[in-house]
Design a protein around this ligand. Structure first.
Ligand code: ADP
Ligand code: AMP
Length: 218
């Protein structure tokens, strides 16, 4: 059976940070729907231009285009053994679509680590986030600074602050999370797939807790 891990949590919880660590450790493809939209935007595809409108407002991109994009990504050969999904699903309709697309291959979601972090911490995290242009590696000016200011430790590319990490947009994104994505906590809890992880601990401690949870279920 392939392994499908859904990393759940509000914007700024540390999903991208943890996804890089866990996907490498478990040798699983890392699929970030946000990164896929940003790649499309960089390439100026029609999807990228459409997504930008929603992203800049701090809103979710419509389900139909998001689902189609992730479905296509999951069909690539590097997902043969499964994938670690970061930022998808974000609505009940996306969660149902994921379940249906996996069921077609007699697969299902394996586990859902839910990284829980209070809203006031999220605002500080996103305000200090610096992202790498080449591969989306993330840093924080205070909690996880790069060795050289403005440069990614891993691939040497430029670090930038995301347009949607501005204070006004961050507040909107957190509201949208509580309205549209938080219902997935109960959705996956009822399926017995969820494990709540305290995301306020250090990056290493959070990674350790996620790994020990996954070792029990994978
Ligand atoms: P998400 O993908 O959930 O939006 P990120 O992984 O991009 O979140 O993390 C948001 C910001 O918080 C980044 O600047 C990151 O360096 C920082 N961060 C992530 N995990 C922690 C942690 N456990 N403690 C402190 N800062 C963290
Ligand atoms: P992220 O990189 O996960 O913080 O996502 C950045 C933005 O991309 C979000 O604020 C949304 O506008 C859009 N986005 C990413 N993933 C999804 C998704 N699963 N559904 C809808 N919109 C998404």
């Amino acid at each position: 059976m392939a392994i499908y891990i859904v990393l759940l949590g509000p914007p700024g919880a540390g999903k991208g940070t943890q996804a890089k660590i866990i996907s490498e450790k478990m040798d699983l493809a890392h699929i970030s729907s946000g990164d896929l939209f940003r790649e499309n935007l960089k390439a100026q595809t029609e999807l990228g231009k459409l997504a930008q409108v929603y992203m800049n407002r701090g809103e979710l991109v419509p389900d139909d285009v998001t689902i189609a994009m992730v479905q296509a990504r999951l069909q690539r050969p590097d997902c043969k053994a499964g994938a670690l999904l970061d930022g998808f699903p974000r609505t009940p309709a996306q969660a149902e679509a994921l379940s249906e697309m996996l069921a077609k291959n007699h697969e299902s979601v394996t586990a859902v680590p839910y990284i829980s972090v209070p809203a006031e911490v999220l605002i500080e995290r996103l305000g200090g986030r610096w992202s790498c242009r080449a591969q989306g590696h993330v840093y924080h000016e205070k909690y996880n600074p790069p060795k050289t200011r403005g440069i990614c430790d891993i691939d040497g590319s430029e670090l930038y602050q995301r347009e949607d990490d501005k204070a006004e947009t961050v507040e909107k994104r957190i509201r949208v999370y509580f309205d549209q994505t938080a219902p997935l906590i109960d959705y996956y809890r009822q399926k017995n797939l969820l494990m709540e992880i305290d995301g306020t601990k250090s990056i290493e401690e959070v990674a350790g807790e996620i790994v020990s949870f996954l070792e029990k279920v994978v």
